[in-house]
Design a protein around this ligand. Structure first.
Ligand code: MG
Ligand code: MG
Length: 237
């Protein structure tokens, strides 16, 4: 999973540094496909529940599970890349959001707080911690920043499969929920919006969108719980 994690973060940072106005999301996905292949890895999302591409790319009001296509990204757009990598039989899952060119103050606030909430959540990981500890830490940051918290989608165990138990919500009460143990690997993934917490699934059957059309952000890391704390397996460069 460490090796898979390195590949995943290399490709996400390449996408982050490559995305610019007038690129189609399909062109970005094709770049990801090429880079995955060049590293001898496999795209974990391709064919997962019949998902049609190697990566989810979601723009602005699209929260997650966006299907790459003809849409051209524009200056000021928030683009979220969510990538699952399978390598030597093990899987990691990671995501990040970027703003293309023009930096809007509100959108920057959204991205910064969502990323910060991810690390606050991760920081609660240790042998014997409870799932509610993580959600509580994530929720506190998002609430303080007045952001909508997506509750219909959750973090999860990961490793042998893309999604494993337990579910890890981005809200919760400390000291409640399943216990996590050293040796477990989990994907922590806050999703937040500048408006509504309500989402719906687009007619394409995949793309999750905010009900009020507000912009959203998504950050995710795969993390190993160790005897002494944790190790992030998909660290951003
Ligand atoms: Mg993901
Ligand atoms: Mg995930």
């Amino acid at each position: 999973m460490k090796r898979a994690g390195r590949i995943c973060s290399e490709i996400l940072s390449l996408l982050k540094n490559t995305v610019k106005a007038d690129m189609s999301t399909k062109a970005l996905a094709d770049l990801a496909a090429k880079e995955i292949k060049a590293r001898g890895a496999k795209p974990a999302f391709l064919g997962y529940k019949d998902f049609p591409d190697v990566i989810c790319i979601s723009v602005n009001e699209e929260v997650v599970h966006g299907i790459p296509g003809k849409r051209l990204v524009q200056a000021g757009d928030i683009v979220s890349f969510d990538l699952g990598i399978a390598y030597e039989g093990m899987i990691v899952d990671s995501a990040l959001s970027v703003i293309v060119d023009l930096k809007d103050k509100n959108k920057l606030r959204l991205l910064n707080a969502t990323e910060q909430s991810l690390y606050k959540g991760i920081d609660r990981l240790r042998d014997g911690c409870r799932v509610g500890d993580i959600g509580n830490a994530v929720e506190k940051v998002l609430r303080k920043s007045n952001l909508g918290i997506i509750r219909d989608l959750v973090g999860h165990g990961v490793g042998h499969k893309v999604h494993e138990d337990p579910n890890i919500p981005n809200y919760g009460v400390s000291g409640t929920g399943p216990s996590l143990r050293a040796g477990m690997t989990v994907a922590i993934e806050p999703m937040a919006t500048l408006g509504s917490e309500q989402v719906y699934i687009d007619s394409d059957g995949w793309t999750v969108k905010t009900a009020d059309g507000s912009a959203s952000a998504h950050f995710e890391q795969t993390v190993l719980i160790t005897d002494n704390g944790y190790e992030i397996l998909t660290p951003f460069n």
